[in-house]
Design a protein around this ligand. Structure first.
Ligand SMILES: O=C(O)CCC(=O)C(=O)O
Ligand SMILES: [Fe+2]
Length: 184
């Protein structure tokens, strides 16, 4: 998993015209890794049963394995929910809030949710991100006069505290660290 995430963070760095190691270094040498298994029991009326409410992942990169035969994951695309059906031998990669902050908004953390289906569905998510002592702020190379910093610097523990406090609500903590634009 570390090798895969290392490769992904190197590709994301390249996409931002940064040195290959840049994102990996900013996420830190001792990343926080968390594994979560999601179990969605079969639902007779999936339209009425939400599995996991809309959210963005609070970490940096999420790698998700979905069980075959049941669709459930959805992402917002052009203001509509779009199903991300499981493909054989494929993993889903989601960018999380820390990538949005580090990239100064160039990459967006994806709004997603999971709905139930008529058959049992299981997913396994590996969340990879900075540990709680890591300081996070937009990467300097991505900040200039035309792109002022969109977020203030924070300690990852501060971010996670906000995220946990939002339990049961829209869980989107990064807005709290957003720098307000001052009208000229
Ligand atoms: O079950 C899924 O496909 C989505 C899981 C998810 O978004 C999460 O665990 O954060
Ligand atoms: Fe998620």
């Amino acid at each position: 998993m570390d090798a895969l995430v290392g490769k992904l963070s190197s590709l994301i760095s390249q996409g931002l015209n940064l040195k290959n190691e840049c994102l990996k270094n900013r996420i830190g040498g001792e990343p926080r890794r968390r594994v979560q298994a999601n179990y969605y029991p079969p639902s007779p009326d999936p339209e009425l049963t939400l599995g996991l409410a809309v959210h963005t992942d609070p970490n940096a990169i999420t790698v998700l394995l979905q069980s075959q035969g049941a669709s459930g994951l959805q992402v917002i695309h052009d203001d509509k929910w779009l199903a991300v059906a499981p493909l054989p031998n494929a993993l889903v990669v989601n960018l999380g809030d820390q990538i949005q902050v580090l990239s100064n908004g160039r990459y967006k953390s994806v709004h997603h949710r999971a709905v139930s289906s008529k058959v049992l569905r299981v997913s396994l998510a590996v969340f990879y991100g900075p540990n709680k002592d890591t300081m996070i702020s937009p990467i300097e190379e991505l900040v200039d006069d035309e792109h002022p910093p969109m977020y203030r610097e924070y300690k990852m523990s501060e971010f996670l505290d906000h995220f946990v406090r939002q339990r049961g609500k829209r869980r989107m903590a990064k807005e709290i660290f957003q720098v307000q634009k001052v009208a000229e």
